[in-house]
Design a protein around this ligand. Structure first.
Ligand code: FMN
Length: 190
């Protein structure tokens, strides 16, 4: 494969797209984040990297809590909008047509329209430069019933997740295989 050599950058794809909700002192907010992922299994933890200038950074630092809301592809326009406008002086839920839903463990609201919501409490934060990495312990998970399949399977086709590929939102396409599929074939590999 012929490669172009580039300087250091954050070029990395695909990235998941999430809505991060926060609340503190009678205010709440919703912000789009693509620098978000799972970082530990036991105990379950996720991390999000938030620029210090964001209103979300302020609420998250003050409250020590956040919710990661994973949207379906049909929400992409609302999600894009929540990444274009600050909630410092306007209600982005209203602007983007999103609905607040009460969580169980944290003050930050869930986004009702998102099929998956992870309520988190900050376990560690690490200032990295422009962004702070917030690692959150997952306290409760909410999954849309219609996305729950048999034997713990997630019905991905109903969830309809999507990703950010550089500066474009893309659908996930079709299934390539199963997790661990190669392991079942190991015995026949000479
Ligand atoms: C697709 C997308 C992904 C984004 N990912 C991040 C991110 O991971 N971290 C971050 O700090 N800002 C990210 N942003 C930018 C913020 O969402 C944006 O600055 C937002 O207006 C901040 O809102 P707030 O001031 O209400 O917190 C992203 C924006 C978009 C559109």
């Amino acid at each position: 494969m012929d490669k172009i050599v580039k300087g250091p950058s954050t070029l990395f794809l695909p990235k998941p797209v999430a809505l991060i909700t926060t609340a503190h002192g009678g205010r709440d907010n919703v912000m789009t984040a693509a620098w978000v992922n799972v970082v530990c299994m036991e105990p379950p933890q996720v991390a999000v990297s938030v620029r210090e200038t964001r209103f979300t950074h302020e609420l998250l630092s003050a409250s020590g809590e956040f919710v990661v809301n994973l949207p379906s592809g049909d929400l992409w326009r609302a999600v894009d909008l929540c990444g274009m406008v600050t909630g410092r002086d306007r209600d982005k839920f209203e602007l983007a047509g999103l609905t607040r839903e009460r969580g169980r463990e944290v003050e930050a609201p869930l986004v009702k329209e998102c099929p998956l919501n992870l309520e988190c409490r900050v376990n560690a934060s690490l200032p990295l430069g422009s962004h702070t990495l917030f690692v959150g312990l997952v306290l409760v998970v909410h999954l849309a019933r219609e996305c729950q399949g048999e034997r713990g399977r997630i019905r991905v086709e109903r969830f309809h997740p999507y990703v950010l590929n550089h500066r474009e939102y893309w659908d996930m396409g079709s299934r390539l295989g199963y997790f661990g599929e190669t392991a079942s074939e190991l015995e026949v590999i000479p």
